[in-house]
Design a protein around this ligand. Structure first.
Ligand SMILES: [Zn+2]
Length: 147
């Protein structure tokens, strides 16, 4: 037996038992299912909203993954070498900050004296400089140097 929540065309709501869903459909088509309030045969199953409380929890927010590495002694050496290179570059070149791209171009076109400079350029700017034949190098970022 199946209990159906039913409603007629006038939205009278009632419940009724049927041997099966097929039996319900058969009886409904034949007009045997009638509204107890108005005797209408225009009856259909109620559209039910889920009455069960949702218990499924949203997955906990995952912290954003960071690239990580476990370094061997050899890699520690490389990292130290990178840090030394970086320090040397920073120590022996003029910090032109955000004017880096402009200064690099000026030097390239002989508008200012040739010298070692370092400063800020985003990836696109650096690529543009390289395309113009201006040699720029990214200064290696050593993990410890972040933050
Ligand atoms: Zn009715």
């Amino acid at each position: 037996m199946i209990k159906y929540a039913l409603a007629c065309e006038q939205a009278h709501e009632f419940e009724s038992w049927f041997p099966s869903s097929e039996a319900f459909e058969e009886q409904r088509k034949r007009g045997f299912v009638t509204c107890p309030f108005c005797n209408s045969t225009e009856v259909d199953k109620q559209i039910m909203a889920p009455s069960v409380a949702r218990t499924d929890k949203l997955p906990a927010a995952q912290p954003e993954a960071q690239p990580m590495a476990v370094l061997t002694d050899k890699e520690q050496e490389i990292r130290a070498a990178l840090r030394a290179l970086r320090e040397q570059v920073l120590k022996n070149s003029e910090d032109v900050g955000k004017n880096f791209v402009e200064e690099a171009r000026k030097m390239h076109f002989g508008e200012t004296e040739e010298r070692s400079i370092h400063g800020e350029a985003d990836f696109e700017e650096a690529r543009a400089l390289l395309e113009e034949g201006i040699d720029v190098l990214p200064i290696p970022v050593v993990p410890d140097d972040r933050n």
